[in-house]
Design a protein. Structure first.
Length: 275
């Protein structure tokens, strides 16, 4: 492997360690080549998110996202992320479609900030998270794309619950509008960080659905080798731990205390290694 590609992989792994809250703990148990490929996928997804969540005008964001998509098929693209991702795609036959879907999800974030119902939200989650699962499953060595996508959706649903305040500050509300209305929760409640019985009931409903998706998505483990299964079960366990913490805190997700500490995350990894 060329020095340039090695350096590119080193950079995407650095990005993953610095920016991934749960991902990096899961992939540490993978063999080197798989670990580097998953880091390349993460770095691409991170670029999409950074553009979509950035401070640029919507038109500039869309132009940058379109350029990112075009660069996927440009052999001359030479930045670290594209070099590493091109090598990973060649090694593991990572399909183009889920990478395109990630860009579509970023584009959607520049144009849509509310979701009428769960069907609409699920389509969005398929793009921004289910697609990551589909891309990664090629690296793991499985063809179980349905469960990989379901697992990705589950993790995104937990993210949405955890990041209500952060998303509100970006002008977005991912919780479905019909469910907010059904539980008598107003957007003003989100703005004020109001935790009351209505909010707890709404979030308990979200948690139940996220757990159902998580349980279904973890059927993916049956098709994976031991180390890939350990990777997936590790980051799924980390997300489940965050969901548990949200529930234990009465779904007060506005103070940021639902994230797991580094020792708690390492504990999840250690439990998996010793099973």
């Amino acid at each position: 492997m060329s020095t340039a590609v090695d350096q590119a992989y080193a950079e995407v792994q650095r990005v993953t360690r610095a920016r991934a809250k749960n991902f990096a703990y899961g992939i540490m148990v993978l063999p080197r080549e798989k670990r580097r490929a998953i880091a390349a996928i993460y770095a691409f997804a991170r670029q999409v998110d950074d553009i979509a969540d950035g401070s640029a005008a919507p038109g500039e964001k869309r132009a940058r996202l379109e350029a990112l998509r075009v660069a996927l098929d440009d052999p001359a693209a030479s930045d670290a992320m594209h070099l590493a991702l091109a090598d990973a795609r060649a090694r593991f036959a990572i399909p183009r479609a889920p990478l395109y879907a990630l860009v579509e999800g970023g584009l959607q974030d520049t144009a849509q900030s509310r979701y009428a119902d769960f069907a609409e939200l699920r389509e969005y989650c398929e793009k921004v998270a289910g697609a990551v699962g589909v891309a990664c499953v090629a690296v793991y060595g499985s063809d179980d794309v349905d469960d990989a996508q379901t697992l990705g959706i589950a993790l995104q649903l937990i993210n949405i619950m955890r990041d209500v305040r952060e998303d509100w500050e970006l002008g977005r509300v991912y919780l479905p509008q019909d469910e907010l209305a059904a539980f008598d929760v107003a957007e003003e409640d989100l703005a004020r960080g109001r935790v009351n019985p209505a909010w707890r009931a709404l979030m308990a409903f979200q948690a139940e659905r996220a757990r159902a998706y998580l349980g279904d998505g973890l059927r993916l483990l049956d098709s994976l080798d031991r180390r890939s299964a350990l990777c997936v079960s590790t980051f799924a366990g980390l997300y489940r731990g965050q969901l548990d913490r949200m529930e234990a805190n009465g779904f007060d997700v506005f103070d940021g205390s639902c994230r797991l500490s580094a020792p708690a995350k390492l504990g999840v990894v250690a439990r998996g290694l010793w099973r």
